[in-house]
Design a protein. Structure first.
Length: 300
């Protein structure tokens, strides 16, 4: 299934963010260091520090040849790859930004974080279109439905709030977790929404009725990320418990545990972020131990 392939050292501080490039085999990482780092899956090595940053980076988002960098300061930067430079830096929030996503059909960018607001930005000129209060405390996770009909927000007050993407009106509040919601992902076909929390549980919400189908006691501590494989019926989760787990996306059966204890190799601290390479051959993970790890998906 998944096996450790490479550990990429170089970061001096905890790493919180990863993003794929459109360019084959290139990805980026960032965290408490003073820059965004570019890596190659072809050479399994560091390429360059792509750009300096003014404060810790909590999220990276790549879209349409641009990299969006969300910072602890509440600002986000836009790095344009055709111009090879930062073309905008916007003070978006009064507190840290935890998540950035794009609504492709509307050419809009969403930012959210510790102030509980969601800001909507134009991808044409990065002006603010709209802003709304989702919660009175941190909103950590954003997930956009595959058909872009709705967006889900994971909140510190234990709730998942679903908004219509047409007009940003509140559609549904899902109550189920006992602690802050820290990760969200829609199934690629949109048939369910999956949520992870500081309560260490995964919850599967059937769509379009939002009924709680299943609760999985997935980890020992906070689930920081959920990532669906691009082509195969699997998803991976990463946790503060220093493990990555691979699950069946149909019946939620656990296939594999990647951890120091189980695999003899793995992260020594909290795993903050995971992404699949575009071709699905690799899972990339990073966290508080300052390491970036590459795991290879073996053909079944």
């Amino acid at each position: 299934m998944l096996k450790h392939l490479q550990t990429l050292p170089g970061h001096q501080n905890p790493v919180y963010a990863l993003a794929n490039s459109d360019e084959d085999g290139i990805f980026f990482s960032a965290g408490n260091d003073k820059g965004v780092v570019e890596w190659s899956l072809h050479t399994m090595a560091f390429v360059r520090v792509k750009m300096p940053v003014q404060s810790s980076v909590y999220c990276l988002h790549y879209y349409n040849n641009q990299l969006f960098i969300g910072e602890r300061s509440g600002a986000f930067s836009v790095y344009d790859f055709s111009e090879q430079k930062v073309i905008a830096r916007i003070t978006a929030h009064t507190k840290p930004i935890f998540n950035i996503q794009t609504v492709k059909g509307k050419n809009e960018l969403l930012t959210t974080g510790e102030d509980g607001t969601v800001a909507v930005w134009s991808l044409v000129d990065f002006t603010e279109i709209y802003r709304f209060q989702v919660a009175y405390d941190t909103v950590r996770a954003i997930a956009i439905a595959p058909n872009e009909s709705e967006v889900a927000f994971g909140c510190k007050d234990h709730l998942i709030r679903i908004y219509n993407l047409a007009d940003y009106s509140l559609k549904q509040s899902l109550e189920g977790h006992s602690l802050p919601v820290t990760s969200l992902a829609y199934h690629p076909t949109g048939k369910y929404l999956i949520s992870g929390s500081r309560d260490a549980q995964l919850k599967i919400w059937d769509l379009p009725n939002y009924e709680l189908r299943e609760t999985v006691p997935a980890h020992m501590f906070t689930i920081y990320d959920i990532a669906f494989h691009p082509t195969l019926p699997y998803f991976a989760t990463s946790s503060q418990d220093k493990s990555i787990k691979l699950w069946d996306a149909e019946n939620f059966k656990l296939y594999k545990i990647l951890s120091l204890e189980k695999a003899g190799t793995g992260h020594t601290h909290s795993i903050n972020k995971i992404i699949w390479s575009h071709d699905g051959k690799y899972l990339i993970s990073t966290g508080d131990d300052r390491q970036v790890m590459v795991w290879e998906m073996e053909q079944p």
